[in-house]
Design a protein around this ligand. Structure first.
Ligand code: ATP
Length: 228
């Protein structure tokens, strides 16, 4: 196995309900989208990969330790300025105040929001908060960034902006694993599709091939339904 992340017979059962069942796969180069309908287990699988959830079966193996960040569907902002929200993570990592300020400002610029540095983060719009959350994650320069439906509650314009930023983070060398139920987004953003339904892995396919000719009936059906 050559991937940087390996899942072996991974499962999670809560209260007798199997949320993720027997997932074996490995993630290699490129951007990966975990795709599937609502309730498929995408968020749970992502949290298992990250380590936020502990599996009840199987294991998650990192052949080499990699630093990781996570961006959630609804960002949690601290009750302070946008800039201070970004500086906070850098402070936790032990960066000196000057360095924190410099890196936080640079990150805000990269997401196109330098003018919002002094604004209360909690009062920013949903789209702005998500961009601050991306800046906060990016400032820590993770080797891997997990994104859980990062545009689910955003309008199309804000969604495209978030997609652009994630593209830049990927281009700068960070490995991306994201969940989405949005076919267009998966097509725009991913090199590889991990398609799941009912907590099970149905296929892991290069994106171009997945959209041209999915390997499973379930994926074919999902694409047909989504395209309408
Ligand atoms: N702690 C839990 N206990 C019981 N059931 C859970 C728990 N967490 C998640 N579930 C259920 O497991 C299923 C998968 O949830 P998950 O949030 O991973 O799906 P998802 O594919 O991300 O869905 P969506 O696209 O709607 O966000 C859902 O039916 C959910 O209700």
């Amino acid at each position: 196995m050559g991937g940087w992340l390996q899942l072996e017979n991974l499962g999670l059962t809560e209260g007798g309900v199997r949320i993720v069942a027997d997932v074996t796969l490995e993630i290699g180069a490129g951007r990966t989208a975990i795709l599937g309908p609502n309730g498929a287990g995408k968020s749970t699988l992502l949290r298992l990969m990250h380590g936020l959830l502990k599996p009840s079966a199987g294991r998650v193996a990192w052949p080499q330790p990699l630093s990781q960040g996570m961006v959630f569907q609804r960002p949690v902002m601290l009750r302070s300025s946008a800039l201070a929200n970004i500086e906070y993570g850098l402070a936790l990592r032990g960066h000196a105040p000057d360095e924190r300020r410099r890196r936080a400002q640079a990150a805000l610029e990269r997401v196109g929001l330098p003018e919002l540095a002094g604004r209360q983060a909690k009062r920013l719009s949903g789209g702005e908060q998500q961009r601050v959350a991306l800046a906060r994650a990016w400032a820590l320069e993770p080797q891997v960034l997990f994104l859980d439906e990062p545009t689910a509650s955003l309008d199309p314009l804000s969604s495209r902006e978030v997609e652009r930023i994630v593209g830049e983070i990927a281009a700068a060398g960070t490995k991306i694993v994201m969940t989405t139920h949005n076919l267009g987004q998966a097509r725009r953003m991913a090199d590889e599709i991990v398609f799941i339904e009912g907590g099970r892995l149905l296929e892991q396919t290069p994106a171009a091939e997945f959209f041209r000719q999915p390997r499973t009936d379930a994926a074919r059906e999902f694409i047909r339904e989504e395209i309408g």
